[in-house]
Design a protein around this ligand. Structure first.
Ligand code: ADP
Length: 487
């Protein structure tokens, strides 16, 4: 039994879930980085703009104040005190520091609440007086302590710095705005992540669906159904390419098995035909033995004729077995031992050896000299001999016209006879193994149907072709075409 936990872990290890988690992880990181960045940017903008507002208000007060005191000649300290009083009215806590950073005047926004006024480190004051103040500072003040935004502004009369004005406001309003902003960002991020969690398995699953189909198809092919293919979406992505490649592979496997099936069928047919051919003479011999064995006494005439018949049958069997051996030798694809062969001399010699005239055939030869091919002379001799034997058998008494010529870059050996020709129904089959034409089926004519098949296998082993043409009643033409060696 399978444990449910095991199935669940397996499920989440699937590519679909692994991609989903990877994607969600990346998305969360991205959202976190964006959220934090956006938070700090917003905080900076809000603080700076509050600092600007505070400074502007201060400038307004200062301008009004200057106009007022311009005519009066008072001590700087008294002037500063008066300025502080002016600011106090604007909800801004103010303080004035002298050039050494010592507080001179404190003007809290809330009357009497001196704790409202934040203090920065002395270095900040001195830096602000003698160099340039930062846009804003943050400091703690009040009871309970809270964060205040502090702006420093040197007070000058003409080019002369006479002190430092510190303006501060509590940041709680800004912080409130930022808190809302932060909560909104977190909420939205969670919604985005949830949506991604819900949608991405669907999207990823959809993209990976062809892979599921491919593994199903591969299983079906492994189980023997070679016709299975995957349906490939016409997208140019990796999965589409994989699908196309997969289908090509499946087609290749299918074709290879088809070739194997066909060759096995041919082999089965060949064995069946060969057995059939051998059975006839064997049955015949067994019959003679049986008849002779039953008799008490056999007269010499019967014995002689039986033995003669058995000899004929055994000679037929020997011929057949030899033919089968020749055929399998050339059909196994073993290359014949080829050498450059001057065809004119070779053909003359071969035809002389066949003694066709002595077998009652008239013969002519038209031989083009100088044709040389790469061939096995013994094997080619068998081709010529088989063609000649057929002509003697099927076109007795006809004229045999041999020719040797060159055409379309090939050498041709042709035999034309003037016999009865080949019936149209036989013509496409004469090169098949064990095929005998209508007239040849009567065994007295002798053929086993292998002569032309052997001729074809020899010519094809030389990368050549052989063909037969015939007008019924007007004789037959057989041509063996052999490739000429490249110059
Ligand atoms: P077989 O052993 O019967 O001669 P082949 O393969 O040599 O077998 O020939 C196949 C068939 O082709 C023959 O049975 C015959 O019908 C036909 N054939 C071959 N050569 C000729 C020819 N010159 N004229 C007419 N028919 C022919």
């Amino acid at each position: 039994m399978r444990m449910p936990g095991f199935t669940l872990t397996r499920r989440f290890r699937s590519l679909r879930w692994r991609l989903t988690f990877l994607y969600l992880g990346l998305l969360s990181m991205l959202l976190l980085v964006l959220g934090v960045g956006q938070y700090f940017a917003a905080r900076e903008v809000l603080y700076r703009s509050s600092a600007d507002v505070t400074i502007n208000e201060y400038q307004a007060v200062l301008t009004a104040f200057r106009r007022e005191v311009a005519s009066r000649a008072a001590s700087p300290r008294a002037e500063l005190q008066q300025l502080a009083q002016e600011l106090k009215s604007r909800r801004i806590s103010a303080a004035i520091f002298d050039l050494n950073g010592v507080p001179l005047v404190l003007a809290p926004a809330t009357l009497g609440a001196r704790e409202d006024i934040p203090y920065l480190p002395l270095a900040d004051y001195l830096n602000a007086i003698h160099q340039k103040p930062q846009p804003y500072y943050l400091a703690q003040a009040g009871n309970p302590p809270s964060t205040h935004l502090v702006v420093l502004n040197p007070v000058r009369i003409g080019a002369r710095a006479i002190g430092l004005a510190q303006l501060s406001i509590p940041t709680d309003e800004i912080d409130q705005t930022l808190r809302v902003d932060r909560q909104l960002a977190i909420g939205l991020s969670l919604v985005v992540l949830l949506l991604a969690l819900l949608l991405s398995p669907l999207i990823v699953g959809r993209a990976l669906r062809p892979l599921d189909q491919m593994s199903r198809t591969a299983r079906a092919i492994a189980a023997g159904d070679y016709s299975q293919r995957v349906s490939v979406a016409d997208t140019a992505d990796e999965i589409g390419e994989l699908g196309t490649a997969f289908n090509k592979m499946a087609a290749g496997v299918d074709a290879a098995f088809e070739v194997r099936r066909a060759s096995e069928d041919r082999m089965r047919q060949f064995v069946a035909d060969a057995s059939h051919e051998l059975r006839t003479p064997l049955t015949s011999i067994a019959g003679y033995i049986d008849v002779l064995g039953r008799r008490q006494e056999v007269d010499p005439v019967t014995l002689q004729s039986s033995l003669a018949s058995m000899q004929v049958e055994s000679a037929r069997m020997t011929r057949l077995v030899n033919d089968l051996l020749t055929l399998t030798r050339f059909e196994s694809g073993k290359a014949p031992s080829r050498r450059p062969l001057p065809l004119d001399a070779w053909l003359n010699e071969t035809l002389d050896e066949l003694h066709l005239r002595e077998q009652g055939a008239s013969e002519t030869r038209t031989i083009e000299p100088g044709i040389v091919v790469e061939a096995d002379p013994e094997a080619l001799k068998q081709v010529v001999s088989n063609l000649a034997q057929n002509a003697l058998k099927y076109a007795p008494g006809s004229e045999l016209r041999w020719s040797l010529f060159r055409e379309d870059g090939r050498a041709a050996i042709r035999l034309v006879d003037t016999g009865p020709g080949i019936p149209r129904s036989d013509l496409p089959h004469v090169f098949e193994r064990f095929y005998r034409g209508e007239k040849a089926r009567d065994r007295s004519a002798g053929g086993s149907g292998l002569g032309l098949a052997i001729a074809r296998s020899i010519v094809e082993a030389h990368q050549g072709t052989i063909d037969a043409e015939s007008e019924p009643g007007k004789g037959a033409t057989f041509t063996a075409w052999l490739p000429l060696p490249r110059a």
